[in-house]
Design a protein around this ligand. Sequence first.
Ligand code: FAE
Length: 530
Amino acid sequence: MSAVSRRAVLGASLAVATTPVAQPAARAATTVGDGLRIAIIGSGYGGAVAARRLAEAGHRADLIEMGMDWRTAEPINGKVFTSMTQPSARSMWFQDRTELPFATILGVPTSTPIEEGAGALGVEHFDHMKVYVGRGLGGGSLVNGAMAVTPRRSFFEQVLPAVDADEMYATYFPRANAALGVAPPTRTMLDSSWYQFTRVGRDQAQAAGYRTALVPSVYDWNHMAREATGNAPRSALAQEILYGNNHGKQDLTKTYLAAAFATGRITPIVMTEVTELTRTAAGAYELGLRTIDFDGNVVSVRRATYDRVVLAAGSVGTARILHRARAHGTLHGLSPEVGRGWGPNGNLMVARALGLTATGAEQSCMPAMGIDAWDDGPGSVFAEIAPLPLGVETFTSNYLAVTNNPNLGSFGWDSARGALTLDWDEAKAAPGVAAARAVMDRLNSVHHTTYRRDLFEDGKVFADYFSYHPLGGAVLGRATDLSGELTGAPGLFVMDGSLIPGKIGVNPFVTITALAERNMDRLLAAKRFG
Ligand code: FAE
């Protein structure tokens, strides 16, 4: 593509990226307390909760996000985000090819060439694990499946025993669900042709003796119904999900972040990566900040100092900041627990070929139900019935399983490459695979069906090499105190999925949000932000 046509395609993305960004140190810091300067790094669930609650308590803060502010991007042919079938530079974070969870279909690779740019879906590549992440204001909420599930209490108590579960289930889960706009799927949609794949998955599971559960969502079900009848522009019904949704989804920019920005106290600093973190002699934190444009050209490199820093860069992003600082000797005294307790939430993807049982040519991209084979034991599986939205009948039941894998990995730092490492491999994934296999074998045996072997890398039946749900690395009460303040680093807080040790039994964003709500309440009450 020529430079001119590329510019035309990217349109206002370039205009956005070249607009001068707010300079963090240049303005008065706070409106309450003792004038502390506060930075929040990352604008996903943890960062959005921190921003909103700090602002509502009267504090000012800079919200530093390495990805785009897609709210201000110019639509191209009426669309800001791209569908899975028409990817562009806006789809993936600096990759020259798309990289979908379905690596092949009928053995044919799905990856297609794209221009590199600051797109919405990122992949963090480790030796035996690919972690999918959202990039941009709103973090994972931009690209995720919107499934908003509260974990079963007994499992939550196992995973985070030091957290008061009464308080979580009486106050913080309800608060998170309300603020995120969570709602159960409607009968209208469940009964429609768009959810035939769900009804088939449910019926087959129940016939094999499994319970099923409705999966609530932050996708607006009434909007989806209007999409179906042609009364609203299509998004979930038009193969939009992994690269962002143009309509219908209540991502964080429409919920927590909208509330935070409405106060006028939160300054978003986008396209800006925190590259270094140094604890100063005075006990403040100096951040290295690198701002890029949509094409990746460096617009500025600078430093800014804050009295309080909230790390909310996601499990991998927060680990990278902490490990680099520790390796470079700019942050001393952290607990050896930093980097430990990582897991992929036992994520596995698997698909069954159903013979002549049709699952529907048209499928909504938003899942609505799961197989609940969970008893808190090692064989527990929660398998969301996922779409395979190819626009043709595939006779396939597809699942993203969450398992109770006991294994944990840890992050490390490779000084030679200057890169974050993760010790995760096939052997660590194996207990989760065994649990999911038991459920899927039973389904196949009852229904005389088979596994699809043509969808994942290396012909794998169970895709155990990628995760949508990275958790851990700075576990609450181990690397941090019980409110998320890092041991050995006063004034430095963790507020994202890093706090949860490796798994939570369901899709994690409701738990990340509720835990952040709890921690912010505690930190504000303790006047840790002044
Ligand atoms: P996250 O949302 O990842 O936000 C971190 C933010 O920090 C991102 O915006 C980064 O760009 C930014 N960042 C990282 N490093 C830096 C840096 N150095 N400087 C500045 N900014 C930085 O963190 N979960 C569910 O519960 N239900 C689902 O249906 C679901 N589906 C998913 C589907 C996909 C494809 C993906 C990728 C994830 C899905 N998840 C789902 C997981 C969920 O989105 C994820 O757990 C949360 O987004 C994690 O929230 P955090 O606050 O930890």
